[in-house]
Design a protein around this ligand. Structure first.
Ligand SMILES: CC(C)(COP(=O)(O)OP(=O)(O)OC[C@H]1O[C@@H](n2cnc3c(N)ncnc32)[C@H](O)[C@@H]1OP(=O)(O)O)[C@@H](O)C(=O)NCCC(=O)NCCS
Length: 153
């Protein structure tokens, strides 16, 4: 599997995967992907030869990075793709200056919560009705190990 930066040409496949991952009311609108590709750090995971099987997007503000979204196509799950995308984004955000990364996951999304906990994130705060009525979220944080950073000192 190869992980690379997303390009605008990847949008249709990303929209298709988003539709497989989230119900319509929770999915990002297609236009959001153009924004994420242009202005955020968006990475896609490709199965050889060039089929996109998942993606992740995040950004950095000062010393804090954030993960916006993580999607793996249902047919390609439980092969480590989600974990690899998290590691690759962490490395990119760290090189842009992030010392810690924050994200929100639905309380009901046990799969995502387990994945993030295994990746070193800690649940820090309950965000009531974050995704709508009675759809609570957990904020999670991970402090990045000091490492090779190419960001501002
Ligand atoms: C959450 C999500 C991204 C996980 O993606 P994934 O590619 O399946 O993640 P991984 O493969 O790294 O890990 C998932 C599981 O597969 C297991 N796994 C990894 N490699 C494996 C392998 N080679 N063989 C068997 N199992 C494996 C992991 O140990 C983990 O197991 P567990 O859940 O039983 O503990 C995916 O389910 C998804 O897209 N869900 C819908 C969207 C979503 O909820 N996104 C997160 C929003 S916060």
């Amino acid at each position: 599997m190869r992980i690379r930066r997303a390009a605008l040409a990847d949008m249709p496949r990303m929209v298709e995967i988003e539709e497989q991952c989230f119900p319509e009311e929770a999915a990002f609108p297609p236009g959001m992907f153009a924004y994420l590709i242009k202005y955020a750090v968006t990475l896609v995971a490709c199965d050889p030869p060039e089929q996109i099987v998942g993606f992740i997007a995040g950004y950095v503000s000062g010393r804090v990075g954030a993960i916006y979204t993580l999607d793996v196509h249902p047919l390609f799950r439980k092969r480590g793709t989600g974990s690899e995308l998290i590691r690759a984004l962490e490395s990119e955000l760290q090189s842009l200056g992030a010392r810690a990364i924050r994200l929100e996951a639905a309380v009901a999304n046990q799969e995502a919560r387990g994945l993030y906990i295994r990746a070193g994130y800690q649940e820090s705060e309950l965000l009531r009705n974050y995704y709508g009525r009675q759809k609570h979220a957990l904020r999670m944080w991970k402090l990045l190990e000091p490492g090779e950073s190419h960001g501002p000192a």
